[in-house]
Design a protein around this ligand. Structure first.
Ligand code: ADP
Ligand code: ZN
Length: 526
């Protein structure tokens, strides 16, 4: 075994990878693993996690086995390593029998430094057998948050990884992730039996990213304004929730003279790969994508990440926005979200797969995301706090640059809740936010007349606010848990918290929705 002070690790960094020095944290982690220790590594996207297991794999005798869910990237990763002269191979379901045989033979005869493995292969007795026949120097578990049922990206195959330690107790293990709250970290440690492992937690602060979240009014126009006024000619990613929305927005940008490509799981694999390759290779392309795009993508000069729909969790949001500005230069993380996002996501959760506990967890993830959207504090501090870290107001996010005013929305809130109470009796109908706002504004449209809602006491009592303002009030009531979306029809209903507001025991403060000029907040604008 090598002593921790040996320069062999630094030598490998320079000789094989061509870098001069380790980044923050890397040296300690690498030396710990080289010396045979177990590690749990938390490092933001782009922090340089790969070297933390690649160098120990090169320094230690035998083959480093890397478990990764990113099957689509394995070929690229292995090619990149081979180009550096590292003996690497992979085993996953995309290969045929003969291709696998070749890699297996290389492994058992000790001709591999690194072997990438899809997690589902570890379920197979044949794989366990294979690993027994070779000489494993370490196990690296990439994207380790996938083992957490509490997390946002659970993969059942990861549960089999708990057996690694029992089967090969002397082989060091390093688990890595870019996203984990303290709760998730605890779960990773216990499921992978890494309680005794050293935990390395890098800062999650990304000072060069300017976080901005604004209410969605006209998503297309808002996006276009952002790209034209602040990110002309820049490479960036636009995330949408649905495939349809991806296609629509890619076409829209192209029509408006911005070169944009679509990416989603419904596209032919060849087109997807080609679009991804163009995005990586060419300059100034915009990728319009579902969250299927981006895992493991290493493009340093992504200048903006725009979300046109609300992410399902803060973890997801952090990971997706983290793809901006990996080169350390000023970049924008911009999100537009509206009432309908909240309604859609709630419905998706309630109607989705999994048991009640799973749905409750997803609901809590969404609540945290909403809290981030509606906060009047520094966004970056909120993000750091979410991951159990602290920070000072950044002076660069939208809330720091344009501190939102708050206003006492108790009376409007009571009006909305009173309307909801009255409609609650007709639960079999879909009465969404739009209908409630119509009643408050006293609009005699077809639906109002059909249900005789113009005879309600609340009809027309809300003329002090405009339509968009009412929708903002409803959205913030949802975000604050003062109303909820009933799953069957998407009807708005009261929550346990609503009573206090209706009885006048509780004040409701809201963010004032300034119609702020797009470029004003941007230090980074060019
Ligand atoms: P992560 O997996 O944490 O997202 P990567 O391992 O892909 O990050 O590393 C991100 C980028 O940083 C890669 O291009 C990698 O080659 C580069 N990198 C990593 N460590 C160093 C270093 N010590 N010096 C210079 N570049 C590095
Ligand atoms: Zn801030």
């Amino acid at each position: 075994m090598t002593s921790p002070e040996t320069p062999e690790t630094l030598d490998t960094l320079r000789r094989v990878f061509g870098y001069d020095a380790f980044r923050d944290g890397q040296r300690e982690i690498i030396e710990h693993v080289v010396a045979g220790g177990d590690a749990l590594v938390l490092m933001p996207t782009g922090g340089g996690k790969s070297l933390c297991y690649q160098i120990p794999a090169l320094v230690r005798k035998g083959t480093g086995v890397v478990v990764s869910p990113l099957i689509a990237l394995m070929q690229d990763q292995v090619d990149a390593l081979r180009a550096l002269g590292v003996r690497a191979g992979f085993l996953n379901s995309t290969q045929d029998f003969d291709e696998r045989r070749v890699v297996e033979a290389q492994f058992t005869t000790g001709e591999l430094d690194l072997l990438y493995l899809a997690p589902e292969r570890l379920k197979l007795a044949a794989t366990v057998d294979l690993l027994d026949r070779g000489d494993v120097s370490l196990f690296a578990i990439d994207e380790a948050h996938c083992v957490s049922q509490w997390g946002h990206d659970f993969r059942p195959d990861y549960l089999t990884l708990s057996g690694l330690h029992e089967r090969w107790p002397d082989v060091p293990r390093i688990a890595l992730t870019a996203t984990a709250t303290e709760a998730t970290r605890g779960e990773i440690a216990s499921r992978l039996q890494l309680e005794q492992a050293r935990h390395f937690v890098a800062s999650f602060d990304r000072p060069n990213i300017q976080y901005r979240i604004e209410p969605k009014t006209d998503a297309k126009r808002q996006l276009l304004r952002l790209l034209q006024s602040e990110h002309k000619g820049d490479a960036g990613i636009v995330y949408c929730l649905s495939r349809n929305s991806v296609e629509k927005h890619a076409a829209f940008l192209t029509e408006n003279g911005i070169e944009a490509l679509p990416y989603h799981a419904g596209l032919d694999a060849g087109i997807r790969a080609a679009n991804q390759a163009r995005f990586l290779r060419e300059e100034g392309l915009v990728m319009v994508a579902t969250i299927a795009f981006g895992m493991g993508i290493d493009k340093p000069d992504v200048r903006f990440v725009a979300h046109l729909d609300l992410p399902k969790s803060v973890e997801g949001y952090y990971q997706e926005t983290g793809r901006a500005g990996r080169d350390g230069l000023p970049s924008t993380a911009w999100l537009a979200y509206g009432l309908q996002d909240v309604v859609n996501l709630r419905k998706m959760i309630d109607g989705g797969e999994g048991d009640a506990a799973h749905r409750r967890r997803q609901g809590m993830h969404l609540d945290s995301m909403l809290a981030l959207c509606e906060t009047v504090e520094c966004r970056r501090v909120q993000l750091l706090n979410y991951f159990g870290q602290s920070g000072e107001p950044c002076g660069n996010c939208d809330t720091c640059l344009t501190p939102p005013e708050t206003w006492d929305a108790t009376v409007p809130a009571q009006k909305v809740l009173s309307t909801v109470v009255r409609l609650d009796r007709e639960r079999r109908q879909k009465f969404g936010a739009g209908h409630i706002v119509d009643i408050l504004l006293g609009k005699k449209n077809a639906k109002v007349i059909q249900f005789d809602h113009d005879s309600l006491k609340v009809f027309g009592i809300g003329t002090e606010l405009r339509d968009v303002e009412w929708r903002g009030v409803v959205r913030q009531l949802l975000a604050q848990g003062l109303i909820a979306v009933e799953s069957n029809h998407g009807t708005l209903v009261l929550t346990d918290e609503s009573g206090g507001v209706l009885r006048g025991e509780r004040k409701v403060m809201m963010r004032r929705e300034a119609e702020r000029p797009a470029a004003k907040a941007a230090k980074t604008a060019k």
